[in-house]
Design a protein around this ligand. Structure first.
Ligand code: AHG
Ligand code: MN
Ligand code: MN
Length: 343
């Protein structure tokens, strides 16, 4: 028998948990449809003219984060906006690639949800044909707000009603939570439908694999230096076993490996990103990924406290991220807490 479709899964979630009303189902289906279009564009590569930088040689295009935009950053953002504008399920969108929230055009009815996304995660991997992805988060629009502004988006991650990511790799996968576990869907490219291929994904509590950009080692804080030194010391060190390392530099791909076989993913504070608060974005990356990881039995902290409890103060806020196998995240967090409160 064929694995069930995304639509059937969402209808069953609603029957079981009353957690996916018709508007939320439409929203998730529209995002999934947009991700299919992004997947097709990525799949064409150089033949579709989608590789390389956005803008011109004389004037490169830079986003609100101060990062050079790739053509696919811009295209994926446009695909997500266009797909979501007219369905009547959204009050507004916000994107890593846009300075301000995007209001739903007046021509269309407005709904009760706010959608936030990182349209293309892992941009540095586009041109080298390594997995990239899309990350999204769904919040409720506060009661009585007709024209949402930045402050209406500033809700802690605990308020997310759904979150997910797509990985555009050898397979295109959609990973989704609506607060009742995590489910993985594989895109059947021939019929254009996402099918449930892994129900109730669970991250093992223990791991011997870590993911971090080691080239930043000398810029890290002292407790992070100590934690990784103890991992690297292996069998004869304080941890008493050898650790393996992986770093794809696409958060979606690194998180997906952790969802599959466990591990810890870290983008810590370092001297280079300290002034900004961290490298990864709270609303588009850290919160949705933390919601997914917690729903799969893992943990996610800033190195000091739970990410989902952080009260955002800015739409484009950044935070340090430690997420994955529960015991390992607790261990790394304790190195920081012990350093902050010695004795
Ligand atoms: P984005 O492409 O959306 O800007 O995100 C890139 C992020 C994340 O996906 C990845 O984990 C990290 O940046 C990689 O950073 P380094 O290049 O510093 O290793
Ligand atoms: Mn990203
Ligand atoms: Mn991005």
């Amino acid at each position: 028998m064929q694995p069930i479709s995304l639509t059937q899964h969402l209808i069953e979630e609603q029957r079981r948990h009353d957690s996916v009303n018709a508007d939320l189902r439409l929203l998730i289906e529209v995002v999934a449809r947009a991700c299919k279009r992004i997947s097709i564009a990525i799949g064409k590569g150089a033949l579709g003219g989608v590789l390389g930088e956005a803008g011109t040689a004389d004037s490169i295009s830079v986003n609100v984060q101060g990062e050079a935009q790739k053509k696919l950053d811009v295209l994926s953002n446009e695909i997500l906006l266009e797909a979501n504008a007219w369905g009547g399920h959204l009050a507004a969108c916000a994107s890593e690639e846009m300075a301000d929230p995007y209001p739903i055009p007046d021509a269309y009815p407005k709904g009760n949800y706010l959608l936030l996304f990182d349209p293309l995660d892992g941009s540095s991997n586009i041109d080298v044909n390594i997995s990239v992805g899309t990350i999204f988060s769904v919040l409720r629009c506060p009661e009585g707000v007709a024209q949402p502004s930045e402050k209406d988006f500033l809700q802690p991650g605990t308020r997310q009603v759904a979150a997910g990511y797509c990985v555009y790799g050898p397979n295109t996968l959609l990973v989704l939570t609506t607060g009742h576990g995590v489910n993985v869907f594989t895109l059947d490219r021939e019929i254009g439908s996402f099918r449930l291929t892994r129900a109730n994904a669970a991250i093992p509590d223990e791991t011997s694999e870590f993911a971090v950009n080691m080239s930043n080692q000398r810029f890290w804080e002292a407790p992070m230096q100590r934690y990784v030194a103890d991992l690297l010391a292996g069998k004869t060190g304080p941890r008493g076993r050898d650790f393996n390392m992986r770093w794809v530099a696409s958060m979606v791909a690194d998180v997906h490996r952790i969802l599959t076989r466990g591990g810890i993913f870290i983008y810590p504070l370092d001297e280079k990103v300290k002034a900004k608060g961290g490298k990864l974005r709270l609303m588009y990356e850290a919160n949705p990924m933390s919601f997914i990881v917690e729903q799969a039995g893992g943990a996610a902290t800033t190195g000091r406290s739970r990410i989902l409890d952080v009260q955002p103060t800015q739409l484009h806020q950044r935070v340090p991220v430690f997420l994955g196998s529960k015991h390992e995240v607790e261990m790394a967090t304790n190195y920081h807490l012990d350093a902050d409160h010695p004795g």
